[in-house]
Design a protein. Sequence first.
Length: 1231
Amino acid sequence: CSLKYRQKILKNSKLFTMDLGKVTTHFDALVKFHKTTSQFKTKAEEVAHVRGVVSKLQQALQAREKLHRDSLLRKANYAQSLVLTLQTVSDREVHLATASCILELLGQTKSGQRARIFVKLGGTQAVCQAIASEWRSPTPNEALLLQLHLVLAKLAPKDKRLATKARLCQCAPVVLSLLRHGLSTRGAESLLRLLRAYALSRQSSTSLGRHGAVQLLLRLLSESHRGVGSASTGASAAAAGRRQPLPGGPARRAAEALSQLTRARANASRAITGGAAATLVELLNASAVTTAAASASARQRQQQQRTYLLRAIVHTLRNVTASKAGRAAFHSAGGPASLYRLCLAGPASSAGELLNAGACIILRQSAPRACLPAPSLLSPYTPALLQLLVSSTSSAAAAVAVASDDSADAAAGAAAAAVNSDEDESSDDADVQKQQQPSDEFADDAAVGGADPRSAEELRVAYGHLEPELSDCCTCCPASTASLTPSPSLPSLDGLALGQPTEPASATEIGGRLSVSATSALLAPAAAQSFARSRSIGGWPEPSPATTSAASAPAAAAVRSVAELAITAGPELVSVSPPPHREPCDTRRSECAMELMLDDARRWIDPSDVLNRVVYDLDAIVAEQHQQHQPPPPASDEKLSPIGSGSVDHLTFESRFESGNLRRAIQIREREYDLLLCPDIGHRGQTQWFYFRLANVQPGAAYRFNVINCEKPNSQFNCGMRPLMYSSREAQLGRPHWLRVGTRVCYYRNHYQRAKQAGTKPYYTASFSIAFRHSGDICYLAYYVPYTYSRLMADLRDWRLVASRDASIAYHQQWLCQSLGGNRLPLLTVTAASASEEPRQQRPCVFISGRVHPGEANASWVVRGLVAHLLSPAVRTLRSRFVFKIAPMLNPDGVINGNHRCSLAVVDLNRTWLAPNATANPEIYHTKGLMSYLCSSGRRPVVYIDCHGHSRHNNVFMFGCSPSLSWLPDDRDNPGWLAAEPPANDNEARRDDNGVRPVSGGPGGGVWIEDPGYRELPRLLAQMAPAFAWRNCNFKVDRSKESTARVVAWRHLGILRAYTLEASYSCCDQGPYRGCHLGTRELEEMGARLGEAILRWAQGEAPGADPPLAQQPASAASSAAAGSGRAGRSRKVFRPSGAGAAAISASDDDDGDDDDDDAGEEEEDTDDNGEESAAAGERGGDVDPNSNASAVDAGPGGSGDCIIEDESVLLCCRSSFVREPEGENCSASVL
């Protein structure tokens, strides 16, 4: 048996060798011919010889049952000989045989690598030339043209320049001509694939459209729709000489080609004119019905072909419905209902999800165009205080004369544009790059324009009383009750809130209200009050995080707002505390957004159950009070008992309380409500923060809430974040907590559009569903745990009480200035009362500010934790080493009135630090004035931290300032350079870890090196605070940030360690808090860790060695090396003392504590237009904190993918907190 088997194998081997020998013999003969032929055009006898060789080669290749194609193509010059034959021999039979040989060598499967060989040898160009030559002949041979097109279809996927080559050779009309004739299934499918490949080029696509390609494809699809699935129809058509209908495969290719062609607007218009909408909808309905197959494999193939065909139809419909005429035709053909039914019956697979996603986009795109259901884009509250300033000033606030006419809208639009022009993400990438181009004129302004114009004496007169720590006595300076009353220098806001007429003030009167002398006179009495400290009480507990109603009620009565405050919110009257457990982030299904968008589309496709009833209208309430000229009622405490239970058949809403924000509530269905937020007063945008009360809730099925006028293209709601709810009934039961609630939390683009004068940005919907536990409960919903101005006043009272119990604490509370709304800005000074280690006059100063953006309530909780930490008995050393100046709330007017970003001057206060206006921006004007005074008096703050919140990135992180990463190419006028000894030779002048060489021009012939001190505090925080992420930190200095607090403090005030501390609204994706929300407990802990890190830094503890920064761009890395000739200024440097001081001394070039692994990208302030995307590394990898890499994002925890369709329409996120070792921030990838 084994002998017979060996003889059989030997026989087959001999046959294979003989057949392969024939093939190689013919190939060698062809190669030899091309080597010996010198003329480009062959003679007749040579053509006959080549014809015979190629014919024999074709027969040998076709006779082989199993051909080793790869081994043949690896032979030298075999493939090249076939390409040369097409190029040099002009004979129809030779071309036909050569094309057959190439097809045999390519094979039917796994032909990609072989096709790449022919493409590299110029096979595509040769085939195109052969097609053009045959087409120009008097009698073109259809069989040869089809054979050449079959070859070209095999080579097309591997040639990126095929469309250009085909256009230059004029091959497109040939494909269309062949398609107009009846072809076999194989030929039609190859031609349609080629047609789609030709359409990849915009010029070729337009040319094909002019030659009738769109109409041809529509006719093919129409015939395919009418004839698919009927064998008798095809037989009768063939017998009658008519075109046979396309089967499933070619129909799919035709739809894909049409989808690619209609990407051009001209072709989309031709498709609309040719009835594409009706044809595609008919084909959509026909393809949705599947026929029964004999076997499971057949059913699977049928389902796969059906999915591909439907996806191509959906893509084509999306291109068609991009225009108004296309949408009208789509509606006339009944397309929305067909797409809606398709999505409901879509396959549960990844391909089905993509199909449904495209269908949802079309439904949103085809929805009836509508503006927001609000009477105006402006807030219903009239900014009467700013209107008063308009008559006398020409500042930026003059643009906010708000009224109901068109001119008022135009003025508010100018103010909105002024705000947005300073924000980071309001433009596309080109605008950002253009904005970041350095300018000599701006460089000069940045260098000298940020200095305070007042002299040192004027600063001393205005702010000298704000240094109570310099007095010898140990005092505690509380604010008196009288200081909380409104100042008589400002008009009453009671009448202004309702639009009552007020006499205009003169320019002299208004200008004198906030002048230096007037401000000094106003603040001096409050600062002069110094009360003896009460007796010390030992063993007192730490201050409670709860705010009692006894402290909140008087503080709420002293609040002054432009908006009417009808009630005091329930959480302000109860001792609210954080929940006892950590709250995990939401894990969402990827199809959540599609389900919600389909539910929204059902409103206008099948509106039978739509109520569309307005149940809360703030505009109507304000207008009614304005007509009746009723004064606003006094704020009243809300009772904790349920109200109105069962009196109405819908939820009741209210937002007329401090920090409240809800404009309108519309009941869509029985348990679904659309919510509109109020924009910032005087502004047409800036909608993110919400805080409102709802009552008359019923347990059982969940209520769905849709915030429909969000502006940001993405949100942490797509990455696991959930809104917060406070329940009055739960508080009665002893659980007064703000809890993360909600299911089906999603963020997606809706169909609402803005007015023409408001820009072209779309609106987005933040949707979530909540199931309530108690009948008739009163609940409050908020974007984050609110921290109101009244709560701050109550905390001030608590802190004053705590400080009075410890004689070692020097605590001073003063008023920095008065805001436009008449609310005073507190300034806290905390240090040690006794001069135990060093006199208080010699202690360095640390300046902390927060809440410049009203919607960033999480920033206030960080400051709250820091102050509580400073007042605890365990931090005596920290108080004895530093004097802390804390401005906890820089924008009280915005906080009180429920704004998200702006002040009553309709400006982003964090963009006014470069040149603040004393009248329009008194908060920043006096804060910067105080810091300028400290610098001029020799007490320059050694650390400045501005606390913010971030709505798109996770964790807590910092932004600092590095001179080598500045946008200025020659940025030397800043405190980031230190003098050092000159290098002995060129080898010693090596780059530091940041990629920057020492720069010549230092004093005494020395060099300048970058001071690494700006990285010390963030690195210590990364080691100490579990919520802090070093990989998100960034130290770039962008041009767009020159007017922010961080950069102004660094560049113009000379503070090396000037930071922005960003705390996420959402959750952590690293450390022990990974996968959990950042609550108030974690943020207050962050504030305490910040104080501990400052102490460790002062004691000289080195943060440890960091991996070096990645190589920076040449413009940044070589900016210091370029040299400027500008003399470096000398400055007094505060350096920590101790054993670790040598490791971070200014003269040490190899500092050893450079940047670590990952980092977020730059962002100073959270806002739709004020955040830049964070740079994140590959999952589990390291990324330079200052790299320009784009984000590759996931949900918190790492294993997520955000899917967002083109132009930020549809987002579908998957998130998991246990699969990956490291997560990234939430961003989006393009679908």
